[in-house]
Design a protein around this ligand. Structure first.
Ligand SMILES: [Zn+2]
Length: 179
């Protein structure tokens, strides 16, 4: 599991159109942990992948109408069975955090890597997700010099008025101690 040209080689890569260039003066210096499931709290389907690829079938669930015009992506998505899928190369600016601030600097998408876990605030994450998340973040730390275990935040940390993910069930101590 190595990073080559800002992509985890040998793992699944699905190219999302939802990205742009990072500003020249912004280096990758933050990892943001999220959670997502579509429909909310439903697991084991491919709707999140479809959503990040702008291919969500709006008629499949009433909730999808609420999000049909959103254009979002994350660099990585880790499913409950531990599968990791990458959607955007790390050197590109994925659209995951929205309005956000970290240590006084706005627009975290400019300088962060976004990792989505398949889940919700109400459910514990799986052992396989912690294992894959730890491996992926360790590789990112090894590859990008400005990232260490102190430069990892939850979406709720950078967008506290809007977002609660990854939620109280995410075990930060377990994750950070494993790095
Ligand atoms: Zn989020």
């Amino acid at each position: 599991m190595d990073i080559e040209n800002h992509i985890f080689k040998d793992l699944k890569f699905l190219k999302s159109p939802n990205f742009n260039e990072r500003p020249d003066d912004k280096e990758i210096s933050l990892v943001i942990i999220h959670s997502i499931s579509l429909p909310p709290k439903c697991y084991g389907n491919n709707y999140v992948e479809d959503f990040f690829l702008n291919k969500l079938c709006i008629d499949d669930h009433s909730y999808f109408k609420e999000i049909q015009n959103l254009k979002v992506s994350s660099h990585l998505y880790i499913k409950r069975d531990g599968e990791l899928i990458q959607f955007v190369p790390f050197d590109k600016r994925a659209w995951h955090a929205g309005k956000s601030t970290y240590k006084g600097i706005d627009d975290c998408n400019n300088f962060s890597i976004g990792i989505e876990l398949e889940g919700s605030d109400d459910d514990c994450y799986s052992d396989k997700q912690y294992k894959m998340l730890t491996m992926a973040v360790q590789k990112i730390i090894d590859h990008y010099p400005l990232i260490d275990k102190h430069s990892i935040a939850g979406h709720s940390d950078v967008s506290p008025l809007r977002k609660t993910d990854p939620g109280k069930k995410f075990d930060w101590e377990r994750f950070l101690n494993a790095l």
